[in-house]
Design a protein around this ligand. Structure first.
Ligand code: BTN
Length: 268
């Protein structure tokens, strides 16, 4: 694998606790930007919001990449959208099926989640020291626990094909590398535009669950700071974290957004 910006240091494990935890240890030991950790199985794979990420052995793609773009803390929240866009391009190329983005860090095939991203950043003063980007992509898994079967899927389930995880990984790293020069210059416009084009939730009624507290409204768009703009009954509001559920819209559910109190310009 020949990459222009990212190093090609690769650590492959049969079994590990979490590739993100391992990548963090490697980052602390000064391994270069692009160092990647891949595992066949994770005993304590981690998802967002302290959740577990479970995957059967040898079926999916589980990896983490250390990157070191010279970014201010304020921009580093956008790295998840960089990773999602790169992973979406690769999965779309390999699966030959359209890949959708879901705020903030999911990728969907036919409306179901097949990929989640966990970005963990370390800072010194207000500068990013490194970011560990962890990607869990359901590739050849055929069965899911009953409680998530309605929402979760894999590339294999959606296409009826088996995929080479090695080829997929090479493609994801290639896309990470292609987009890296923009990221290193703090240039996220193209990435956010592509992420937006892939997202199907805009104009639809959604509920964002923020660890128990819920905000409902119509999803308007992704903002330049990575937040999701919602039109609620009391006006527009930006949400920065949480889980989104898209409801089936009735006309009464859709709150029209007239462009007032537009937070789009409040970025950097
Ligand atoms: C989510 O959707 O909550 C994010 C899931 C991220 C899972 C991946 S699997 C590889 C890497 N190592 C981890 O422990 N987590 C990420």
């Amino acid at each position: 694998m020949s990459l222009k910006h990212l190093a090609t240091k690769l650590f492959v494990f049969d079994e590990i606790d979490s590739t993100n935890s391992c990548a963090k240890t490697l980052a602390e030991a000064d391994m270069p930007s692009g160092t990647a950790v891949v595992a066949e199985y994770q005993s304590t794979g981690r998802g967002r919001l302290g959740r577990a990420w479970l995957a059967p052995k040898g079926m999916n793609l589980l990896f983490s990449v250390v990157i070191r773009p010279p970014l201010h803390r304020k921009l580093s929240g956008l790295l998840t959208f960089y990773a999602a866009t790169a992973a979406a391009r690769a999965a779309e190329y390999v699966s030959e099926n359209p890949v959708e983005t879901k705020w903030p860090n999911d990728l969907l095939l036919n409306g179901k989640k097949f990929c989640g991203i966990l970005t963990e950043n370390s800072y010194q003063n207000e500068q990013l020291r490194y970011s560990v980007i962890g990607v869990g992509m359901n590739v050849n898994q055929k069965e899911f626990p009953a409680e998530i079967a309605g929402r979760a899927t894999s590339m294999s389930l959606e296409t009826g094909k088996e995929f080479s995880r090695e080829e997929l990984f090479r493609n994801v790293m290639h896309e990470f590398d292609l987009l890296f020069s923009d990221v290193a210059e703090g240039q996220f416009t193209g990435i956010l535009d592509e992420w937006n084009k892939r997202c199907r939730m805009f104009g639809k009624p959604v509920t964002v669950d923020q660890e128990g507290a819920q905000v409902s409204g119509t999803a308007v768009r992704l903002q330049v700071d990575g937040s999701l703009l919602l039109a609620t009954e009391t006006g527009t509001t930006a949400v920065y974290a949480g889980d989104v559920t898209v409801a089936r819209p009735t006309n009464d559910d859709i709150i029209q957004y007239d462009g007032s109190s537009d937070l789009h310009e409040t970025g950097y």
